[in-house]
Design a binder for this molecule. Sequence first.
Ligand SMILES: C[S@@+](CC[C@H](N)C(=O)[O-])C[C@H]1O[C@@H](n2cnc3c(N)ncnc32)[C@H](O)[C@@H]1O
Length: 214
Amino acid sequence: MSKLLSYLYPITKKIQSEFSGILEITWYNGKKHLNTKNANYSYGSLQRILKFGLEKIDLKKVNSILLLGLGGGSVIETLRHDFSYANHITAVDIDPTVIEIAKNEFNLKEDEHLKIICEDALLFMQLNNQQFDLIIIDLFIDVDVPKQFLAIPFWNDILGASATNGTILFNASLDKTKSNALNDVIEFLKSHMYHTEVFEKVNTTNTLVLSKGL
Ligand SMILES: C[S@@+](CC[C@H](N)C(=O)[O-])C[C@H]1O[C@@H](n2cnc3c(N)ncnc32)[C@H](O)[C@@H]1O
């Protein structure tokens, strides 16, 4: 019923989260979205932005993915349905409310192909000793990428977790211009033999960084 009515007007359910304020689950034109006060977290424009990056990656060579920032899990839907990706995904999110929403509202299920970990991504990366063919970094609190994810110690850990010839896809900001911190990250990746491309105003808003180990 909500789905049908959403073609006439958006229908929103609000849930308080400890980390991201009020989260809104909105049915709009027959599809559910996850939003914060100022940002789309999952499905909608966020999903299109990450799909733009995934189109530039040869996913046939990818056997393992680390997703930092699960949200409602829309990139998992894209990987599975648009790119037929059927290998393993490890997903990390700091917010237990978001993880519950992913499971209960967006039907995400943990199984042998998907492991969900409720953890601060910074700490997870410090303790991690696995390597992944593709690392997707999509960490936001509302419209902001927390500053620790634009600092070199985090990126050192990311390179340690990136398999030989691995790929990193970073949803870097909603800013129109690149920040100094983001420029430092880009230079760091290049100096570690990662071929790094920057796409600005993807879907008219976000900066995406795509980096491949040489
Ligand atoms: C834009 S949403 C992710 C959307 C998701 N990738 C998708 O495809 O639907 C950003 C997520 O980053 C998570 N996040 C923010 N800070 C974090 C942190 N320190 N550690 C782990 N997750 C964090 C938020 O809880 C939020 O769920």
